[in-house]
Design a protein around this ligand. Structure first.
Ligand SMILES: CC(C)(COP(=O)(O)OP(=O)(O)OC[C@H]1O[C@@H](n2cnc3c(N)ncnc32)[C@H](O)[C@@H]1OP(=O)(O)O)[C@@H](O)C(=O)NCCC(=O)NCCS
Length: 297
């Protein structure tokens, strides 16, 4: 007759550890996207990564968003530099994360001991390969890497006006935890120059499952704290009740090219609409239609 404790041992053997589970999820995502994701170490491959970021962020040759020598130092000292490659060896995406201190423990006035975390500085897929699951495969690899090292969280900032990135981050299951006006100061690259650098901080708590945080759409005209009018101009509303929706423009990157003044007005309008985050409200996800849902705590 089987002893009770044998049974417990047998069950626990069949359950994957959080590390194994995260790796399995990452491998399945890479397989679906038709890529292999791996850390990048050699100077030649790091140069390709630098070039990919330069292309995506439209920077001059001598001002890459991050240079191959810094990437080399990061990977050498234990941080995260990884890339996705197609079956025929083409570079399809890359991401970089620094070992860091968890933002929550960093912000409680030094009373909590710092907790190891990762700050993901930059991630992009190669132009023309978007929407094939490659970005997700890369982020899930990063997640598995961080969980294997016992890190508490992964954070990254993104421009809250870029609907694509908000949708991507909501799909990954990240929380949106802070709004920073002009986070980097003025930036010089082709995507950001002249448009301020407000950022939302996305955070993956690595102790929670990564499930999409897609919010419900507003019903009717009420509770819309920010909406576009018929000409795509931002129109501010007022707060009614405990929920409010803040819309984003359909394609801010295109708007910045064709009408930088209007794009700048969106920047200010969204910054103003996010003010309640200073007084007891938080972001509870992003809708499929492109709005942040704010809820009163
Ligand atoms: C953001 C980025 C990395 C996404 O990579 P990707 O490979 O295109 O994303 P995926 O195919 O894995 O998308 C996963 C999910 O994210 C969401 N998503 C991705 N692109 C989206 C878009 N343009 N609009 C709305 N949602 C989008 C969707 O939910 C998507 O799932 P679905 O295709 O089944 O609907 C890529 O667009 C990119 O490199 N952009 C330029 C660089 C950049 O802005 N990086 C910052 C990232 S925070």
């Amino acid at each position: 007759m089987r002893h009770h404790s044998d049974k417990v041992t047998q069950v626990s053997r069949t359950l994957p550890t959080p590390q194994r589970h995260a790796d399995q999820v990452a491998q399945a995502a890479a397989q679906r996207a038709g890529v292999t994701v791996d850390e990048v170490v050699s100077p030649g491959r790091l140069k390709d990564v630098e070039q990919l970021f330069r292309t995506v962020w439209e920077t001059d040759r001598d001002r890459p968003p991050i240079s191959a020598d810094v990437l080399r130092a990061l990977v050498h000292s234990g941080s995260y530099v990884a890339a996705a490659y197609t079956a025929d060896g083409r570079l399809a995406a890359a991401g970089v994360g620094f070992l860091a201190t968890d933002v929550r423990s960093a912000e409680v006035g030094g009373t909590e001991s710092p907790v190891a975390s990762m700050h993901s500085h930059i991630a992009a897929v190669a132009p023309g390969t978007e929407r094939h699951g490659i970005g997700s495969a890369l982020k899930l690899h990063q997640r598995g890497w961080a969980i294997r090292r016992g890190l508490r969280s992964i954070t990254w900032t993104f421009d809250p006006l870029v609907r694509r990135n908000a949708g991507f981050n909501a799909h990954l299951g990240a929380e949106f935890v802070r709004y920073y006006p002009d986070f980097y100061g003025e930036m010089a690259d082709g995507r950001n120059a002249g448009q301020g650098s407000d950022r939302l901080l996305a955070r993956w708590d690595l102790q929670l499952p990564a499930v999409p945080r897609v919010a419900v759409e507003p019903v009717g005209d009420r509770q819309r704290l920010l909406e576009p009018d018929g000409d795509g101009r931002p129109v501010a509303g007022t707060i009614e009740g405990d929920r409010a929706w803040v819309a984003t423009p359909a394609n801010i990157e295109q708007l910045r090219r064709v009408d930088p003044d209007l794009a700048g007005r969106w920047r200010i309008a969204v910054r103003d609409a996010m003010e309640p985050l200073q007084s007891g409200w938080r972001i509870d996800g992003f809708t499929a239609g492109g709005s942040y849902l704010l809820v009163r705590e």
